[in-house]
Ligand binder design. Structure first.
Ligand SMILES: Nc1nc2c(c(=O)[nH]1)N[C@H]1C(S)=C(S)[C@@H](COP(=O)(O)O)O[C@H]1N2
Ligand SMILES: [Mo]
Length: 342
């Protein structure tokens, strides 16, 4: 076996002791006691209370969390029950190829896995993290944990597992174009854009993105000063080296978008979701990040190539940040921004 680095490509370690909350922040309010139901293509559909779950074979797995928004957290020790041990009690039918995991949340959040992959990955029903009951905001009292996949395959507040013949795409996979395979080592983050090349050219020529779904758009090197991208969906879009002076990205979803070496002078990112966005070597003088979410964002390239000029964003006193939002950055990124800001 070849030695591979512990951190998958494009990931950074979250601040020590920090475990960001991503996606929904709480379960749906309910007076029902917590339980996990197994239904669908099984011989014996049934429901386990938390006490019953604790009577199944107990497993502990120490895993590295890799969030698609580019932060990672090493060595979280999850305690609970292997999916395999739970399903053994329900007698899965041979026609079941997929498992859909549904949360007790207001939007009935879900994710899915091919059954064979879930079992071989060691997917588990977790009740504890680092020896403590799972915190509520992290999916307590019971969540799915799928080792070796981006963390969106680890559903919080697990309530129901449905065994299916065909896959049923989960919430992020269907709504946000998250990759259904989710392998961090292959950077399976997002599906490719749904636009044709001609549609891409048209939309770039018009410079009006407002409110549109343009995920994974390739706008590298384009002249887009004054662009109106208010409220647009630009997950994973590539604006590397683009001219974006005065661009309006207010309330846009820029999760995982690339702005490497872009000219973003006086651009507005107010209230935008810029989680995992990459601003390495971008010109951010006059840019406004107030109200923006910056979890996992990059402002200085963590490992510039030897001999290359350091890929640090140009930030000065005219760049606007909420000081508090800098706490969401990794320590290295936060230290860099605090040092050059003002
Ligand atoms: N019910 C539910 N589970 C969810 C999500 C969500 O929005 N709702 N988000 C997913 C995503 S994208 C991630 S990265 C992890 C975040 O888990 P954490 O908040 O405990 O870090 O939960 C996953 N499970
Ligand atoms: Mo995520």
């Amino acid at each position: 076996m070849t030695d591979r680095p512990r951190l998958p490509p494009g990931q950074q370690i979250a601040a020590p002791g920090k475990w960001p909350i991503v996606g929904e922040r709480q379960a749906a309010p309910s007076d029902e006691p917590w339980s996990v139901a197994v239904a669908g293509l099984v011989e014996r559909p049934r429901c386990w209370s938390l006490e019953e779950l604790r009577m199944l074979p107990w497993t502990e797995q120490t895993i590295d969390i890799h969030c698609v928004t580019r932060w990672s957290k090493f060595d979280v020790r999850f305690g609970g029950v292997l999916l395999a041990d739970l399903l053994a009690g329900a007698a899965v039918r041979s026609t079941a190829g997929f498992a859909s995991f549904v949360a007790r949340s207001t939007r009935k959040h879900s994710t899915s896995l091919a059954l064979a992959e879930a079992l071989s990955a060691g997917a588990m029903i977790a009740l504890e993290a680092d020896g403590e009951p799972l915190p509520r905001q992290h999916g307590g009292p019971v969540r799915l944990v799928t080792p070796g996949r981006y963390f969106y395959k680890s559903l919080k507040w697990l309530e129901r597992i449905e065994l299916l013949a065909e896959d049923r795409l989960g919430y992020w996979e269907a709504e946000a174009g998250y990759h259904n395979a989710a392998d961090p080592w292959r950077e399976q983050r997002f599906l490719a854009s749904t636009l044709s090349r001609q549609e891409m050219r048209d939309v770039l020529a018009r410079r009006d993105f407002a409110g549109r779904d343009l995920r994974s758009l390739d706008a590298t090197g384009h002249q887009l000063h004054g662009l109106d991208a208010n409220g647009s969906l630009l997950r994973n879009a590539d604006f590397s080296r683009a001219s974006l002076c005065n661009a309006n990205f207010r309330r846009a979803n820029l999760s995982g978008a690339h702005f490497v070496r872009a000219d973003l002078r006086d651009a507005s990112f107010c209230d935008a979701d810029a989680e995992g966005a990459d601003f390495a070597a971008a010109d951010l003088r006059g840019a406004d990040f107030r109200g923006a979410s910056l979890v996992g964002a990059t402002f200085v390239s963590p490992s510039p190539e030897p001999g290359a000029s350091p890929a640090a964003a140009r930030i000065d006193a005219t760049t606007h940040f909420d000081a508090r939002s800098l706490d969401d950055l990794t320590p290295e990124q936060a230290a860099f921004v605090r040092q050059v800001w003002k």
